[in-house]
Design a binder for this molecule. Structure first.
Ligand code: SF4
Ligand code: SF4
Length: 343
């Protein structure tokens, strides 16, 4: 069922949905960019369409709605434990693009299908609805077409932002009911809407079909030992990075009382692979890059049949050392030839 709405009508729909749902969308944080006098676009709660930034790419993904940067899991005293309340007391609606909707599938795979279901993820994942923002053109660093994530039908509402209004393809009954009522009261008319998706990108990526763990022996990883400064930004912006660490925070007044938090972790930073006895598996930044690349483009695919990376290009945009992940993927073919030639 499709409709075309003006701004007031779209806000009316959002207003009615917000009685039961928190709405999350990309938003501009003025002056909060990485460089002075630049802005940052990241996800936050919004009330209306004026709060949203729907034309630019968000530097950070939707993932903190489902997996907060820092989440208290429970509180403990000397002899009791109390589960922390859920960070959200309503359902949620997330506005996101096709690559990110595919990234939700990756997050679900890691938190719900990779062993026992993660309780804390599941309670935030339940009662979520997705509004797919149509892409009429690709941004410079996107390579979603080559990763097969440029198109998705798995949405509740599909949205095209036009100069003169908002086109909606609605699959969700609650939204259909509201729009049906609005149609009776206003002059809304049903019309066919097809959500925009890109068919080509400037950045192209090709992962060799014969990619194997032998590529670990290639010399390409050595470059990153020097260039990468292990800041971890590439992990934090990535919608498919799901690693976390646990932190017990003890309250000062009583050292046996406190809370346990889980906090985002990064496989690129120091300490991630430290183990008991003072060992560390990947001290070199080139080894960390090798691990991250093969997880995104080989190891996960071997288990699920599809790549973990969705080609959003955020890691390329954010790296302070201008290290391009899409470039690394494109080097894998040469790297495989190098290791084959070396036997
Ligand atoms: S690895 Fe980079 S391009 Fe791939 S999903 Fe993560 S941030 Fe996006
Ligand atoms: S953002 Fe760049 S410099 Fe920082 S850890 Fe990632 S690859 Fe290394």
């Amino acid at each position: 069922m499709g409709y075309k709405l003006n701004e007031r009508e779209f806000n009316q729909l959002l207003g009615e949905l917000s009685e039961k749902y928190l709405i999350y969308a990309p938003k501009v944080f003025v002056g909060k960019g990485r460089f002075s006098d630049t802005d940052c676009i990241r996800y936050d709660k919004v009330k209306n369409v004026e709060d949203m930034e729907l034309s630019l790419k968000s530097q950070y993904s939707f993932k903190e709605v489902l997996n907060p940067v820092s989440e208290t899991l429970f509180y403990f005293t000397e002899d009791s434990v109390k589960e922390a309340d859920m960070p959200r007391n309503k359902g949620a609606i997330i506005f996101l693009r096709s690559c990110d909707l595919h990234a939700v599938e990756r997050m679900d795979e890691m938190y719900l299908n990779n062993g026992p279901k993660d309780y804390y993820y599941k309670r935030l994942r339940d009662n979520i609805h997705f509004v797919l923002i149509g892409c009429s053109k690709a941004f410079d660093s996107c390579f979603c077409v080559d990763m097969g994530t440029n198109k998705s039908d798995n949405y509740d509402i599909g949205l095209n932002v036009r100069e003169d209004g908002y086109e909606l393809d609605v699959k969700w009954d609650e939204a259909k009911d509201i729009l049906g009522k609005m149609a009776k009261e206003n002059s809304l008319k049903e019309e066919d809407v097809t959500v925009d998706f890109v068919k080509e990108t400037t950045t192209r990526v090709s992962i060799p079909k014969n990619l194997s763990y032998d590529v670990s022996k290639s010399k390409i990883w050595e470059e990153y030992a020097g260039r990468c400064i292990n800041c971890g930004r590439c992990n934090f912006v990535c919608p498919t990075c799901t690693c976390f660490t646990m932190q017990d925070v003890y309250y000062d007044a009583n050292g046996k009382v406190g809370e346990r938090r889980r906090v985002w972790a990064s496989c690129m930073v120091d300490g991630y692979t430290d183990v008991a006895g003072g060992g560390s598996y990947r001290k070199n930044n080139g080894e960390r890059m090798r691990f991250k690349t093969l997880h995104k483009a080989l190891d996960y695919r071997n288990r699920t049949g599809y790549n973990m990376c969705v080609g959003c290009g955020r890691c390329d945009d954010i790296c302070p050392e201008y290290i391009s992940f899409s470039n690394i993927l494109n080097k894998l073919d040469t790297a495989m030839k190098e290791v084959s030639a070396n036997g």
